[in-house]
Design a protein around this ligand. Structure first.
Ligand code: NAP
Length: 281
């Protein structure tokens, strides 16, 4: 109830896929910080991506949700629409070119353009030695975690340029800074994302498009549950230096909204750690 009131007070747009966008009277008075903007989010039907989708929509954006499974997309869209938020969705396995094309088409068709791309989808099919990893495993991890954000952005970029400004947020991991021994290929992919962030930031700065990176520690999601090995493999840095607990997906979402917002208009090429501690200087 409290949340519902908060959302109404934030003045949100309400819209359904394929239907016209309408604005409630409160929205005219108190637009959210991301009002009238459009966000495309990969891997956003669960966990960190879902929390980001909800937060950007609460802050006024029209959000395009996506993941590999239609039933997950349907459930996530229904849940957020049920909260009065402006979301639509489509299936997009980020490793598949035809799915990326459909995601771009969905954003254009339902929202008329794109301002923000948040690349959350990531996989780790291997717990084992780096040098024992098959070429297939290398290809899968690098395709999904590293190549797909760049390939998707290359398709969205002309549309983002038309809007004059834009923001991209990549989702790396603390393993980029503190590698875990049995997750070597995954560690490498997440380190590569920091490099991708830096390169894209300088390449796209003249176009007014900012690129930053969210760097989560251990966040309570299905991913870290399935990866039961992850907490056990991690050094006890959080116990020694940190807030002594795992993070919640929502604790990653606010920083993404900030990075998309005008408050971050002079921030690009930055990596922001959300881990309860920080190994960065
Ligand atoms: P999660 O709760 O398991 O959610 C993963 C989401 O991504 C789901 O919506 C899933 O839906 C979708 N997905 C999976 N593979 C996909 C693909 N190939 N293409 C498109 N969508 C895909 O995971 P999470 O913990 O939120 O993790 C999200 C990101 O954060 C990942 O990049 C991960 O590496 C990173 N991260 C997580 C943690 C952590 O502790 N949780 C820490 C650091 C970094 P479908 O099954 O329908 O595709």
């Amino acid at each position: 109830m409290f949340q519902a009131v908060a959302w109404v007070r934030r003045g949100l747009f309400h819209f359904r896929a394929g239907l016209s966008v309408r604005m409630n009277s409160t929205a005219i008075d108190r637009k959210g910080v991301l009002a009238d903007r459009v966000a495309v989010i990969t891997g956003s039907t669960e966990g960190i991506g879902f929390a980001i989708a909800r937060r950007l929509a609460e802050d006024g954006a029209h959000v395009v949700i996506s993941s590999r499974k239609q039933q997950n997309v349907d459930r996530a869209v229904a849940e957020l629409q049920g909260e009065g938020l402006s979301v639509t969705g489509t299936v997009c396995h980020v490793g598949k070119a035809e799915d990326r094309e459909r995601l771009v088409a969905t954003a254009l068709e339902h929202c008329g353009g794109v301002d923000f791309l948040v690349c959350v989808a990531g996989v780790n099919p291997l717990v084992g030695s780096t040098l024992g990893a098959s070429e297939q495993v290398w290809d899968k991890i690098l395709d999904v975690n590293v190549k797909s954000p760049a390939l998707l952005l290359s398709q969205l970029l002309p549309h983002m340029e038309k809007r004059g400004t834009g923001a991209v947020v990549l989702v790396s991991s603390m393993v980029a800074y503190v590698p875990i021994p049995k997750l070597g290929v995954y560690n490498t992919s997440k380190t590569a994302l920091l490099g991708l962030c830096k390169s894209l930031a300088v390449e796209l700065a003249p176009k007014g498009i900012r690129v930053n990176c969210l760097v989560p520690g251990i966040i309570k999601t299905e991913f870290s549950q399935v990866e039961k090995t992850l907490p056990r493999l991690l050094p006890d840095f959080n116990d020694i230096y940190g807030l002594q607990r795992f993070g919640e997906p929502e604790e990653c979402a606010g920083i993404v909204s900030f990075l998309c917002s005008p408050d971050a208009s002079y921030i690009t090429g930055e990596n922001i750690v959300v881990a309860g501690y920080s190994p960065k200087l």
